[in-house]
Ligand binder design. Structure first.
Ligand SMILES: [Zn+2]
Length: 172
């Protein structure tokens, strides 16, 4: 789902796992270009990972089964899906708690990769924010355009034009 550096040598990679939900795992020496694990860890990779837990997770082995993004690039299909998929990963990083498995989310992500269609409304609903019942937090209107992470509220297009909202994701 994402990666950040830790210290001079290591990286911390974020995964959405079937059994543990969203987790962060340290990759020892992961900043080195010669790291054996790095090629398996691109954004949107589907992997089998071996993890060791001692204060935090450390990734000891990983095998890339496929890359959702590379599959789309290689196929002659709609490239816009890559944007939608990265948006979904960002959304899930923001919205799913660390270490809380959710098989519903897991299976939906599998479905997204298979069908190459990422609809945030489905994930919002699973996580308790049904767009169909939503009203704009600014004006009470029903023409919802975006979701704001910090306050976990919906916002309509008119209010988006009038105000500056930080940290939002467009739904439509
Ligand atoms: Zn509004």
């Amino acid at each position: 789902m994402g990666v950040r550096t830790q210290g001079e040598r290591d990286r911390v990679v974020e995964f959405y796992t079937k059994n543990l939900g969203r987790i962060e795992a340290k990759v020892m020496g992961g900043r080195k270009i010669t790291s054996k694990l790095a090629p398996h860890l691109g954004m949107g990779s589907v992997v089998e990972a071996r993890l060791v837990f001692k204060n935090q997770f450390t990734l000891t082995d990983v095998l890339q089964k496929r890359s959702v993004i590379r599959d789309v690039l290689e196929a002659d299909s709609e490239k816009r899906f890559i944007f939608d998929f990265l948006k979904l990963l960002y959304f899930l990083r923001k919205m799913t708690p660390i270490g809380l498995p959710d098989l519903n989310v897991w299976h939906r992500v599998e479905e997204v990769a298979l069908r190459r269609s990422a609809d945030l409304k489905i994930f919002l609903k699973i996580l308790g924010h049904d767009v169909r019942l939503a009203k704009c937090d600014g004006c009470g209107g029903e023409k919802i355009r975006a979701f704001q992470f910090e306050d976990q509220v919906f916002v309509c297009g008119d209010c988006l034009n009038k105000n500056v909202f930080n940290d939002i994701v467009y739904i439509h």
